[in-house]
Design a binder for this molecule. Structure first.
Ligand code: GLV
Ligand code: MN
Ligand code: MN
Length: 409
């Protein structure tokens, strides 16, 4: 079945009684990481949904799934979709809402009796969140050439499994990954619907909005090397404690972000040897930083690193900083953005976001646009993420209007 060798999926994959795929009973959040059994379940679900609608399904060289209505090679296709993978203990909407809404919008267009003058595709991009291998948007970065095969082969998960090994174990041939101009050249417009990850729509009182821009953002790994020693017997003055430097760096990140009107987060950490009664030898922390413009982001990054180096020197700690990924600012194409606003009756609010998306990656190569659906709490990357059913329906109808305007007679 889908998923192939080595990746068992639970059966039936969608549980019959509506059991959510990849959901942790303990946390209530989703753990759908790239090339795992839960990912295989999602891919099978996608294939079943596509086949039930008589769409032609293909998995491209980079593991992205496409469901086609019309000739994929005809060119100028209208593509919609998002991703089905999740962050650790993610919510139900980030990603899946865009894929589910795409299928539902197609149903709506068929119910309207629409006839298509351009090919239409629904896409499930692989590994958008980067939860397992540390780099976000791997599927769309590979396809657009922003991630090379060589760099992708260096990616490893926490267990040391490389990306190609994980692909292979899931039944996907990693040999042919890399830039795929041919597939990009088929796309005339890509529209991604996504749950909003802030409260702008809640505050403006709108169910649906249109994206203007994505903040520049990146991930930096901070390795603080100190000296392992006994927690009970080592005098404070004799310690080279990397946890201390790490803690001061977290505070510096908060301070620099406040100064620049940006955001900076240490959300992941690993400690060696990770013993309660041992001073650590190594603390590794991952910094996620984002700002409205490049200058503000540069200032935040420089300020945090300077503070970290000062503290490291004072504590006898060695610091190495590695930039693991970076995505420059994305201004969505004004023509397509304005067309979406027009197709939605001219009143949809236009808003920016600090969250990354495959639409942002693709926008370097093809015209892209995004629709956001109201999130009344703004909470995302958490099991508490929410969108009301009425708003989700409004999102589907908005997407159907947009697709109809772009792809139909
Ligand atoms: C993806 O959701 C990101 O913005 O990190
Ligand atoms: Mn996300
Ligand atoms: Mn997402």
């Amino acid at each position: 079945g889908v998923g192939g060798r080595g990746v068992p999926h639970s059966s039936p994959p969608w549980g019959g009684a509506g059991r959510p795929l990849g959901r942790s009973a303990a946390s209530g959040g989703y753990r759908r990481y790239a090339w795992t059994g839960a990912d295989a379940d999602c891919r099978l679900w996608f294939r079943m949904q596509a086949e039930a609608r008589r769409l032609d399904v293909e998995t491209d060289r980079n593991g992205n799934q496409w469901a086609w209505l019309g000739d994929p090679t005809a060119g100028d296709a209208v593509v919609t979709g998002s991703h089905l993978d999740s962050v650790p203990d993610g919510g139900a909407f980030d990603g899946p809402l865009g894929v589910v809404s795409a299928f539902a919008a197609l149903d709506e267009l068929r119910a309207r009796g629409a006839s298509f003058r351009r090919p239409l595709a629904i896409v499930n991009f692989g590994d958008e969140e980067g939860a397992r291998f540390g780099l976000a948007c791997v599927g769309s970065r590979l396809t657009s050439g922003q991630l090379t095969k060589e760099k992708a082969y260096e990616l490893r998960d926490a267990d040391g499994i490389t990306l190609p090994q994980a692909m292979e174990a899931a039944g996907h041939d990693p040999e042919t990954i890399g830039e795929d101009r041919e597939r990009l050249d088929r796309i005339g417009a890509f529209v991604e619907l996504h749950v909003e990850q802030g409260r702008a729509l809640d505050l403006s009182g709108d169910a649906v909005g249109v994206a203007s821009a994505i903040w520049p953002h990146g991930r930096w790994r901070y390795d603080f090397h100190g000296e392992a020693n006994h927690a009970g017997t080592t005098r404070l003055v004799d310690r080279r404690d990397p946890m201390l430097t790490y803690a001061e760096t977290v505070l510096a990140a908060r301070r620099e972000a406040e100064l620049a009107g940006a955001v900076a987060t240490f959300g992941k950490i690993s400690v060696e040897p990770n013993g309660v009664n041992a001073i650590p030898s190594l603390v590794r922390g991952w910094l996620d930083a984002r700002a409205a413009d490049q200058d503000a982001l540069d200032a935040v990054i420089a300020g945090i690193e300077t503070a970290a180096r000062d503290k490291a020197a004072a504590h006898g700690v060695d610091l190495a900083v590695v930039r693991e990924s970076f995505t420059p600012v994305v201004e969505f194409r004004h023509a397509l953005r304005d067309e979406l606003v027009r197709l939605l009756g001219g009143k949809a609010p236009v808003l920016g976001t600090g969250a990354g998306h495959d639409a942002g990656i693709l926008s370097a190569s093809v015209p892209t646009a995004m629709l956001f659906v109201r999130n009344p709490t703004g909470v995302s990357h958490s099991p508490a993420e929410f969108a009301a059913e009425d708003d989700c329906v409004a999102g589907v109808l908005a997407l159907a209007d947009v697709l109809e305007g772009l792809a139909c007679h």
